[in-house]
Design a protein. Structure first.
Length: 210
């Protein structure tokens, strides 16, 4: 049978797209298979991004638009996103908690995020104020996904593969195989480099869209 999805966005938002079992569909109609499916509706801010430091040609524009429209990341002010700024471990816990449907706001947001991260096996809850590295972020996403097996040894393609921590190898290989994390233009991965807000936005968008 043919199914039409009716989605009413909140004020200030518009329908972006719909996925059925993770596959993006054209429009709002799809043919129902002979089994249950998961339908997800994504909305986007119907106005331009308010951030003056995210240019129209920036490689991270789509990612910033995505995390902002879906309430995963906010700006550092009403008009700035600071794409090159770093993120703390607690910020990542909070974002993943929001992906999981948790409300993480108010003065106690760090403890709320820490409790969620520990309960869900995402992190041990230490060093909340520490800057998150690329390998830490990849590993947290991998743990949240249920620690799936990696397809291949993608990290071996990078000249700085030896810089990755032993505990991060499985998570990095999985994230590389899924296209969640990518290398730099010069063919290195920089696993222990701090993750910028732009990089985090891109990784989160790719992860949620799996």
């Amino acid at each position: 049978s043919t199914i039409t999805v009716t989605a009413t966005p909140d004020a200030g938002y518009e329908l972006d797209y719909i996925t059925v079992d993770g596959e993006r569909i054209d429009g709002t109609t799809f043919t129902m298979p002979d089994h249950d499916v998961t339908v997800r509706v994504y909305f986007t801010d119907d106005a331009a991004l308010p951030f003056t430091d995210v240019s129209a040609g920036a490689w991270y524009l789509d990612a910033v638009s995505y995390v902002y429209a879906n309430g995963l990341m906010d700006g550092t002010s009403g008009t700035t996103f600071e794409p090159d700024a770093n993120m703390t471990r607690a910020m990542v816990w909070a974002i993943l908690a929001r992906v999981d449907g948790e409300t993480v706001t108010g003065e106690g947001w760090i403890e709320t995020a820490r409790t969620w991260a520990m309960a869900n096996g995402v992190s041990d809850g230490t060093d909340a104020a520490g800057l998150v590295t690329r390998e830490q972020l990849a590993t947290m996403l991998w743990r949240y996904a249920g620690e799936p097996a990696a397809a291949g040894n993608g990290i071996s393609a990078f000249t700085d593969a030896a810089d990755a921590s032993d505990w991060a190898i499985d998570g990095l290989n999985w994230a590389l195989g899924q296209g969640i994390v990518t290398g730099m233009d010069d063919g290195i991965l920089v696993p222990q480099g701090t993750a910028t807000r732009a990089q985090a936005a891109a990784m989160l968008m790719r992860f949620v869209e799996l």
